[in-house]
Write a protein that binds this ligand. Structure first.
Ligand SMILES: [Zn+2]
Ligand SMILES: [Zn+2]
Length: 440
């Protein structure tokens, strides 16, 4: 409702109809779910934490609250100043303390969804990252850091682009200069900041330059930006050891791209690549991961058991490389990438969403009736191998995605990766080709 009111105040002509935006907003706000252990829950009250829309909505909601209650109230004349950042309010009260508590009681009765906590002081108050002081009839400001704040500045030996690390001190000292109303205060606070940067391994030279740069520019920091729309094309790449090579390559051939009017100038930007945390920590844990043993074994009760042995790893017959088998599997395991070996040490990599047993039975019968002209079957016929020569094992158990997704595509990609890794394309193995298009 709040969103609708705001959208209705847009100047005409309106390019996107309000009703459509409302529909989108209600999807974004009501279709939030989370998973706890194996169960899914839908949030039915309030806005989900971390939703991209949440801060904007909070801002609009409190703004509407101000409009309807605060500005029109009998208390308004007692408020000398009222500043708000999303849902945090800093106000200067010119009434008595008793009147203030009366105002607070009234405020908390206006809307059950909005409850205000307060912190009151006669000469000094901390608000967001700033301390506001009232001394000698004057307001002054300084940086405020919670006593529980840790030194979380990016470590200088971190694997980030160099220019980014040298720009952090500049940004931080400018911020400090903007927040400190007097130069003396800036100098005192800057000493602390230098120590914190040094703890994170920053060279003194970079810090001194950033400190000096911010020292005399306070007035400029409050000027409105005259920055105009940039015609530059931003090329966003994940940051890695190859980033420099890629950007150099694009720059080398830039002349060809620049012939197009669209590409006026180019700027490279980097997105964080996969780090160890991404690889090691998963929000969704599979119960099977917990009881990980690894290895393949015959089930002992079926007709394909004769084609397999108990294995926990396998050595590639040509390269000699050792591979650990991932996941625990037997003849009845579903959703796997498997290997078939023949007496002349050639490998075939396949995948199946059904049980591996069914799949092996099918391979066996197509060899028996020489049904297909697939490389596996034709090799068996050409070399006069028998079905008894067929040996297989499960290379990897691929679990279905817990949050939904194209399982068969995921399996296919795993299969194609193994074909590449084990080099099983004819004539080195018995696969016909790698289908790269599944990775696009
Ligand atoms: Zn079996
Ligand atoms: Zn063979």
């Amino acid at each position: 409702m709040v969103i609708e009111q705001v959208l209705d105040t847009r100047p005409t002509p309106i390019r996107v109809p309000t009703s459509f935006l409302i529909q989108l907003a209600s999807l974004a706000l009501t279709c939030n779910y989370f998973q706890f252990q194996t169960q899914f829950f839908q949030q039915i009250k309030g806005t989900a934490m971390g939703a991209t829309m949440a801060p904007s909505l909070a801002c609009l909601y409190v703004a509407a609250f101000e409009e309807h209650h605060i500005y029109k109230s009998e208390w308004w004349p007692l408020i000398f100043k009222w500043w708000r950042y999303i849902d945090d309010v800093l106000l200067i009260w010119i009434g008595t303390d008793a009147q203030f508590f009366g105002f607070l009681d009234w405020l908390n009765q206006c809307n059950p969804n909005l409850q205000f906590n307060h912190y009151i002081h006669h000469s000094q108050v901390d608000f967001l990252d700033i301390t506001v002081m009232y001394q000698n009839q004057k307001f002054t400001t300084s940086l405020f850091r919670k006593s529980t704040d840790r030194n979380t500045l990016l470590a200088f030996d971190s694997f980030h682009p160099h220019h980014l690390k040298t720009n952090i001190p500049t940004g931080q000292f400018l911020r400090l200069r903007r927040l400190c109303s007097s130069t003396t205060e800036y100098i005192t606070q800057a000493q602390n900041m230098i120590v914190r940067f040094q703890e994170r391994g920053y060279p003194y030279k970079i810090l001194k330059r950033a400190y000096k740069r911010a020292l005399y520019v306070r007035d400029f920091l409050f000027l409105k930006s005259t920055h105009q729309q940039d015609p530059t094309v931003n090329c966003i790449l994940p940051f890695s050891t190859s980033s420099k090579t890629i950007s150099a390559l694009i720059r080398k051939h830039w002349a060809a791209l620049a012939l197009d009017k669209f590409f006026r100038s180019l700027r490279f930007m980097y997105r964080r690549g996969r780090n160890l945390r991404d690889i090691l920590v998963h929000t969704v844990g599979h119960p099977a991961d917990m009881t990980y043993e690894g290895g393949h074994r015959p089930c002992g009760r079926c007709s394909v058991c004769q084609h397999t042995n108990t294995l926990t790893q396998f050595a590639h017959p040509h390269s000699g490389c050792l591979y650990k088998l991932s996941g625990t599997s037997d003849c009845n395991t579903r959703g796997v990438v498997y290997v078939i070996t023949c007496p002349c040490q050639l490998l075939y990599v396949g995948k199946t969403q059904r049980s591996i047993k069914t799949c092996i039975i099918e391979h066996r019968s197509s060899i028996n009736i020489s049904k297909e002209n697939a490389p596996l079957v034709s090799h068996w016929i050409e070399k006069s191998h028998t079905t008894a020569d067929l040996q297989f094992f499960v290379l990897e158990v691929v679990l279905p995605p817990a949050r939904g997704g194209d399982y068969s595509l995921i399996l296919l990609r795993h299969e194609q990766r193994w074909i590449f890794r084990l080099n099983t394309i004819i004539p080195h193995g018995l696969n016909s080709e790698i289908e790269w298009n599944h990775f696009l």
